[in-house]
Design a binder for this molecule. Structure first.
Ligand code: NAG
Ligand code: NAG
Length: 814
């Protein structure tokens, strides 16, 4: 340690020695001052007099002055004070530039004796300059994809000061992306580089504004600044991005083509063409491409086809967006179709029974209906209705099924068919509806009996009518249909005055025309009480009865009959009138009756022929014969009065009676008078003729009958022999019971009685022939079996609308 200390002390002593050598030398010849630059004029540099060891007198006497060949003169010598002051501002940078140390020198000269002293002034640097950049701004364009570590040279700053006062350091305002690195050039100047330490992103920071600060080391420290404007240049480093991961939209069905749905939007953070996005549908299922369209530029989705809610309620697909380099993104689109009430309900008649019987009970199911509506929710909710006036109700059974039920018991006779219009309406707004009409027929049931047009009938028929004449027509109506309404008429089997009604009248079962079955005789039957039944063709048939009263009208078909005086053939009756009787004496009374009735039986009496008209009169009403004058002797004994009795009918019928009156006082007188006039010659002649005629006829009939009987006997004998040989039983024949088989009974259509049968042999002798071509023999019972006339059938049946065919009946005696 000590050797080192010794050496260090030696070194120090050496330096002190050197210092003294230099300063003793200056004091003897030159002086040296150090002053900072930029001192004010007049500032003291140094006390020259003192430093040179000169007094002020010597300075004055020696006329000390500064010798200088250069200008300006920086220093000035004040001889009065012996000091050196600043004459001119001294700028070290100007005087020396980078050279250091910076000094200048001049001489001070003294005269008497001439002395020359050199003064060296060293100018010390002060920090009077800031580091300065040439430009205020640095513009840089850096791509955002510039790699980390990229270097960017920066402009350097200048500071004319020297040493510590010159540029020392660069600083960069704080930022994330760059760091600063300083370098020294060969000449010692410093410059800076920015190094990218974190990638730029144009999208977050398209511009960076930094400051580069250059600082020196002076006190106070000075600095200079330059702005670094960095523009980040875009690169296609961002994919488009959809704003939403799902886009939802709704659209009504049946929207017209071109309807706007929604707009998708993807943003690309890149700028310019790197940021242009094209939209497209990705993985669109077949068919959807016909329905939707996306505008590739704007992302607007519109319809290009028809949307039908009933086919598809929801569309889900993906939409993509890509930029020009194919960077892309996708998003989901969900489009819900809103139902529109565009489908009317559809009515299907599943079953329908028509016709339905009119006796179907209330609540019978007539039809089953199914309704459908393709719309949904309210638009598809259907209500069914029918006209409330109709006797039906509609009931919902299963979902969408309705039953049409009857609400009354039908009556075909009032309403035979119904048009039931079923209307199905949905609940949309506005609602849609559809209707279907069922034409329901009501089938007939035989529930109505025939009804006669009147409660009872009465008719008149004039006696002596032609058999078969139509009397009148009963009519019954049946409101049922067809067979159930087909009315046929029957005559009830009642007794009319002891014989069946059918022997009096017949009825056409179809037309209801009543025919007289015989000629009526008012004198026998005055009225017929019948019951006609009308029956329909239903099953079972229904019927109703009506009473028919046929009144037979009298005809003047009977002449009056004289009961008294009795007209005998041969004997003679006479009334005795004594001659002495007074005027008005009742001779006799003609008594007559008429079986007719009414006017037809109202008799009047008149004298027709009379011997002496002045003697008798007959009472017009009572038939009393009275004398009207005194009988005299001149009056003949034998008086013969012919009284005519007339009824009041139209035409009237009459009978005459001869009344013999004997005007005498005694019986013998009468006898003698009357003998001759009993045998009337004319009367006898006639009688003789009739007797001969009768004899001839009887003889002829007898012979004829004899021949006939013999022939028949022979015939039968032969027949019996044949029957005997053919072992058949002998069928006995009975005599006919009826000889007057008139056309009685109800004859319907052509009823042929083939009566020659063995089962009812009592009638077997009556043969009923077909009426088609025969003449009819009609026997009038009123004319006591006399054959009255033979009339052509045609003339009887000439009445129109009479389909009745009267069979002719021939009866043969066997
Ligand atoms: C029912 O409709 C038909 C035709 O559609 C018509 O001929 C008939 O008269 C109608 N019936 C009723 C009772 O209205
Ligand atoms: C009609 O009369 C017949 C016999 O007289 C009787 O059996 C029948 O019941 C009656 N019909 C009616 C509907 O009164």
């Amino acid at each position: 340690f000590f050797p080192f200390l010794f050496l260090w002390i030696l070194f120090k002593m050496w330096i002190i020695f050197l210092y003294f050598v230099i300063f003793l030398n200056v004091a003897s010849g030159q002086i040296r001052y150090s002053i900072p630059e930029e001192m004010k004029k007049g500032s003291l540099i140094g006390n020259v007099a003192q430093d040179l060891g000169l007094d002020l007198k010597r300075l004055r006497s020696g006329r000390a002055r500064i010798l200088t060949g250069e200008s300006p003169q920086y220093a000035d010598l004040r001889t009065d004070k012996g000091i050196l002051v600043v004459n001119e501002r001294m700028d070290r940078e100007q005087l020396c530039g980078d050279v250091t140390p910076c000094s200048f020198s001049f001489e001070i000269i003294l005269e008497n004796p001439i002395e020359l002293h050199r003064v060296i002034i060293e100018i010390l640097d002060i920090n009077d300059h800031s580091p300065a950049f040439k430009s205020r701004n640095i513009f840089l364009e850096i791509s955002e994809i510039a790699a980390v570590g990229s270097r960017f040279d920066l402009e350097n700053a200048d500071d004319p000061d020297v040493a510590i006062n010159t540029l020392q350091n660069y600083l960069l305002t704080s930022n994330d992306n760059f760091v600063l690195k300083q370098h020294s050039k060969a000449d010692g100047s410093k410059f800076a580089q920015m190094i990218l330490q974190k990638p730029l992103d144009r999208e977050t920071n398209p511009h960076l504004s930094l400051k580069l600060i250059a600082v020196d080391g002076g006190t106070p420290q000075r600095s200079g600044t330059v702005n670094i404007d960095i523009t980040v240049i875009d690169a296609n480093d961002n994919a488009p991005m959809f704003k939403q991961s799902v886009y939802r939209a709704t659209v009504i069905e049946n929207a017209p083509i071109g309807t706007y749905i929604t707009t998708v939007n993807a943003s690309d953070a890149d700028a310019g063409s790197y940021g242009l996005v094209a939209y497209y549908f990705s993985n669109l299922k077949g068919g959807l491409a016909d329905i939707f369209n996306i505008d590739s530029a704007s992302g607007k989705i519109t319809t290009t086809g028809n949307l039908d809610y009933e086919k598809l309620k929801k569309y889900e697909f993906r939409v993509g967006a890509k930029d020009q380099d194919g960077l892309n993104d996708g998003s989901n689109i969900i489009i819900e179709v809103i139902d529109v009430n565009d489908n009317a309900p559809v009515i299907n008649v599943m079953s329908f029974s028509s016709p339905v019987s009119e006796d179907a009970p209330t609540g019978t199911t007539i039809a089953v209906i199914n309704v459908k509506d393709s719309d949904s929710e309210k638009n598809g909710q259907i209500t069914c209705s029918i006209d409330t006036n109709l006797p039906f109700k509609i009931q919902s059974s299963l979902t969408n099924y309705y039953n049409l039920l009857s609400d009354v018991v039908f009556d075909r006779e009032t309403t035979s068919e119904y048009n039931v219009t079923i209307t199905a309406t949905d609940s949309g707004s506005p609602p849609l509806s559809s209707a279907t009409t069922l034409r329901l027929f009501i089938s007939d049931v035989n529930d109505n009996a025939p009804i006669f047009t009147k409660k009872s009938y009465s008719a008149h028929v004039v006696e002596n009518n032609v058999p078969g004449v139509s009397i009148f027509t009963v009519r019954a109506r049946d409101v049922d249909w067809n067979q159930n309404a087909r009315v046929s008429y029957l005559l009830e089997d009642t007794q009319v005055s002891g014989s069946p009604a059918s022997t009096h009248v017949s009825i056409n079962s179809e037309t209801g025309v009543l025919y007289a079955a015989r000629s009526f005789d008012y004198e026998q039957i005055k009225a017929l009480q019948l019951v006609v039944q009308a029956q329909d063709g239903g099953s079972p048939p229904l019927s109703s009865n009506v009473s028919v009263r046929i009144l037979i009208q009298d005809q003047n078909d009977n002449a009056p009959q004289v009961l008294y005086p009795v007209q005998t053939g041969g004997s003679l009756v006479a009334e005795m009138v004594p001659r002495s009787v007074d005027v008005g004496y009742l001779v006799t009374k003609v008594v007559a009756v008429d079986v007719d009735s009414g006017q037809n039986a109202w008799l009047s009496y008149k004298l027709q022929k009379v011997t002496d008209r002045a003697l008798f009169e007959v009472g017009l009403q009572n038939g009393e014969i009275r004398t009207i004058r005194q009988v005299t002797d001149k009056d003949a004994v034998k008086q013969r009065l012919t009284v005519i009795v007339e009824d009041n009918g139209q035409p009237s019928r009459s009978a005459t009676v001869i009344v013999n009156v004997a005007v005498a006082d005694s019986f013998p007188e009468v006898l003698s008078e009357f003998t001759d006039f009993t045998h009337d010659k004319e009367y006898n002649d006639n009688l003789t003729f009739y007797l001969v005629l009768a004899l001839a006829v009887v003889s002829f009939l007898f012979i004829t009958c004899l021949v006939v009987i013999i022939s028949v006997k022979i015939y039968r004998w032969r027949q019996s022999r044949i029957l005997y040989h053919s072992s058949l039983p002998v069928i006995p024949y009975y005599p006919p019971r009826y000889s007057d088989t008139l056309g009685t009974g109800t004859l319907q259509h052509v009823y042929n009685y083939e009566v020659c049968r063995t089962t009812d042999s009592r009638k077997s002798d009556c043969k009923v022939g077909n009426a088609g071509s025969q003449n009819v023999l009609i026997m009038d019972p009123s004319s006591t079996g006399t054959m009255q006339r033979i009339q052509s059938e045609k003339s009887i049946l000439d009445e129109p609308d009479s389909p009745l065919e009267v069979s002719s009946i021939r009866c043969g005696c066997t």
